[in-house]
Design a protein around this ligand. Structure first.
Ligand code: NAD
Length: 262
């Protein structure tokens, strides 16, 4: 357990996968939460209520669309209003689209850059004054191994994630003397609904078994041949929030089973 009780966090894209794991770990540590993301409202409410009830925290939900700067502003203002401050900001919302550059749909490019990159600029610019006021802050961006290396057919995603690495370093330097750290976590393939859903189609398209798809297609570049787990990513984030991590800032950290060591 880290000493975070009573602090407040905004986590974008926390209705599923890695974002939901961050929410669970922060809630366990007594942090009040602003959840965000899309999905079934019934399921979101169920998760919100169970986090609040189980851990005795205040847990709010904002449906703000990360492509819309005015909705992001409202979400951040609401969090400051309700909690009095934003101590921890986790930028995690993200989408993917896989297509050759010459056929890449312009609107997909625009929405990936907006969700995976620009939304973090907007959340950060709103959170920083509150963190400066508190004299403490933690900003964590979920980047990707694709912040460090590329794969073909993922131009928008790789560009946005490399962009997040640059944003992380820049803001870390600006806030280095304010007791606010800014870091990016770069997971390789993580076992989330997003990845799980690709398996049946890939089995059909390539005539492979589920095990072959996992090891030879999805994990082709991941030397451990194991998926990263959402809990492992969330545990690293909890460490980055701790006092022991006060000197870690501006880092773009792989958690990728050796992918980017190659
Ligand atoms: P996921 O699809 O389970 O979660 C994505 C979250 O973003 C969901 O809560 C979704 O509702 C939200 N979201 C999408 N569009 C949004 C929008 N316009 N406004 C607000 N919220 C929006 O996927 P995940 O695998 O948990 O991914 C989370 C982050 O981790 C992403 O940034 C992704 O790029 C990154 N990542 C994932 C993997 C992986 O293998 N799963 C690897 C490296 C990095």
């Amino acid at each position: 357990m880290h000493n975070l009780k009573g602090k407040s966090a905004v986590i974008t894209g926390s209705t599923s996968g890695i974002g939901l794991a961050y929410a669970q770990h922060l809630a366990q540590n007594g942090v009040n939460l602003m959840l965000n993301g899309f999905g079934s409202l019934e399921e979101i409410e169920k998760n919100r209520k169970s986090l609040a009830d189980q851990y005795g925290i205040t847990c709010l939900y904002s449906p703000a669309d990360m492509t819309k700067p005015n909705e992001i502003s409202k979400m951040m203002a609401q969090a400051i209003d309700e909690f009095g401050a934003i101590d921890i900001l986790i930028n995690n919302a993200g989408i993917q689209h896989v297509e050759a550059i010459e056929n890449f749909p312009v609107e997909k490019w625009d929405s990936i850059i907006a969700i995976n990159l620009s939304s973090s600029f907007h959340t950060i610019r709103h959170a920083v004054p509150s963190m400066k006021e508190q004299g403490w802050g933690r900003i964590i961006n979920t980047a990707s191994a694709h912040a460090l290396v590329a794969s073909p057919f993922k131009s928008a995603y790789v560009a946005a994630k490399h962009g997040i690495a640059g944003l992380t370093k820049t803001v870390a330097l600006e806030l280095a003397q304010d007791n606010i750290t800014v870091n990016a976590i770069c997971p390789g393939y993580v076992w989330t609904p997003l990845v799980e859903k690709q398996i049946p189609d890939t089995m059909k398209a390539r005539g492979l078994t589920e095990e072959q798809v996992k090891k030879d297609v999805l994990l082709a570049a991941q030397p451990t041949k194991e998926f990263v787990t959402v809990d492992q990513v969330a545990q690293l984030a909890m460490f980055l929030c701790s006092d022991a991590a006060a000197s870690i800032t501006g880092s773009v950290m792989p958690m990728d089973g050796g992918w980017t060591a190659q």
